[in-house]
Design a protein. Structure first.
Length: 439
């Protein structure tokens, strides 16, 4: 009976916001897809959402603190771009966003006071967007006269869990790239910073630039309503979201298997939707379920829009230097840049240089062998290439021409082709005879 009453109240809540039951169940399916679980779990997700939202309307809102680090606020923008009315609006009513520097209506001391009161009360989730900065003696990102790192550490200590949202928060992202003068700003990932300061709060890393908002919704469903953390992989990323490569679920994979690639934008191959691997797509090495969840309420995603994957979900939380910008640039090249100190170059450049050195070494070695006379008479040379002999009309060699011999003293001697080959054969036969005699 109580269940029926809750169901009726929840239906009324949806109707009041212009959200149909069907639309709500589509959201539950999206949450299941974002979490990487079977669609068979949709009824369970729906039930959890209903019970949580009904409870929330009775004053059981879950506190969330959202702190902004060094970033472009792209993850906030992605999360905030929801259509109205939208089922996600109902889901967001399960949380009380007590602090958000970008979205909060309040400002100044009242806003900072709300954060302090939330931290003091405890039992909250911390969402951190952007990179913490250790540079400038930790004085960067000051808000209300408090350094950014200090604010993060203070909020993280009492949190039930910390969500590092976006690649900048996971391991520094753009801010940790060499091109962003990382040596000065000291960008670092949230998990690594907390570990360095002895804070052992669970960290959920959600990479991406920006992170897909449905990933965050799925994590909130787990933490806030299910009361558990999602299963995490070795990098503390939700395993079911980041256990397969982009390539595994790419709609262009069939063209990859057939060897059908786009080599130039604007080409007929691009119009046919061929694979973008040759244009630098990082899909085979980037783990994320973008092709399943997609963006903008599953309307499209990077590769469907015609852009190669740039691997923005690659982020090693324990190594700021191993971020997606460093690993994948230049994006239009098939291979990443190699770096030795301040020198940046493509592998092709190194290959050409090595080939040139080896070729030069072979030539020098050949001259040395010739000058020393070590191989004199030991090899029997062909008087005419087999291909030239069988294709006299297309022959490349000039076999009947006079030969110029370079003597040991540097002078030259010109002999006929017939004399030259007689001398070569005689030296060879003499060498063979001497070798047999030595045995």
């Amino acid at each position: 009976m109580e269940r029926e009453d809750n169901h009726t109240r929840f239906e009324a809540m949806l109707e009041a916001r212009g959200v149909s039951r069907r639309s709500f169940l589509k959201l539950c399916g999206a949450v299941a897809a974002a979490a990487g679980v079977s669609q068979l779990t949709v009824p369970r997700v729906a039930q959890a959402l209903e019970e949580s939202v009904i409870g929330a309307k009775e004053g059981n809102l879950y506190p969330v603190i959202w702190i902004e680090g060094a970033s472009c606020t792209g993850c906030t923008e992605a999360f905030a771009q929801i259509d109205a009315p939208d089922p996600a609006t109902v889901v967001l009513e399960m949380i009380s966003l007590n602090y958000n520097e970008t979205l909060s209506a309040a400002a100044g001391w009242s806003m900072e006071e709300a954060k302090e009161q939330t931290i003091e009360a405890g039992n909250y989730i911390l969402v951190y967007e952007g990179a913490p900065l250790e540079g400038w003696s930790g004085q960067a990102l000051r808000v209300a006269d408090t350094p950014g790192v200090t604010s993060l550490l203070a909020a993280a200590k009492g949190a039930n869990a910390v969500v590092a949202l976006g690649s900048c928060a996971v391991n520094g992202g753009w801010m940790a790239a060499t091109s962003r003068v990382a040596g000065k700003v000291g960008a670092i990932g949230v998990q690594k910073l907390l570990q360095k300061n002895g804070i052992n709060v669970p960290v959920v890393n959600i990479p991406g630039c920006p992170a897909n908002p449905e990933w965050l919704v799925a994590v909130l469903v787990d933490v806030v309503m299910m009361g558990v953390l999602p299963e995490l992989n070795s990098e503390n990323k939700p395993a079911l979201m980041f256990n397969q490569t982009i390539h595994d679920n790419c709609q262009r994979r069939g063209h990859f298997e057939n060897g059908e690639f786009v080599y130039q934008f604007g080409s007929p191959e691009e119009a046919k939707g061929y694979c973008l691997y040759a244009l630098g797509c990082r899909g085979p090495q980037t783990k994320a379920n973008c092709g399943i969840v997609r963006y903008n309420h599953r309307r499209s995603w990077c590769i469907e829009a015609g852009a190669p994957c740039i691997g923005c979900c690659e982020a090693n939380p324990m190594d700021p230097g191993d971020n997606w910008v460093e690993v994948n640039t230049p994006f239009h090249e098939r291979s990443r840049d190699l770096r030795i100190g301040d020198w940046w170059f493509q592998p092709q450049t190194l290959a050409i240089a090595v080939t040139a050195v080896v070729a030069a070494a072979v030539v020098v070695h050949g001259f040395g062998v010739k000058a020393s006379g070590r191989m004199k008479g030991k090899l029997k040379f062909e008087q005419q290439r087999a291909w030239d002999e069988s294709h006299p009309d297309k022959s490349v060699g000039r076999y009947g021409a006079d030969k110029t011999i370079i003597n040991e003293d540097g002078t030259t001697t010109t002999v006929s082709a017939e004399e030259f080959w007689k001398e070569q054969d005689a030296e060879y036969e003499k060498t063979v005879a001497n070798m047999k005699g030595g045995k």
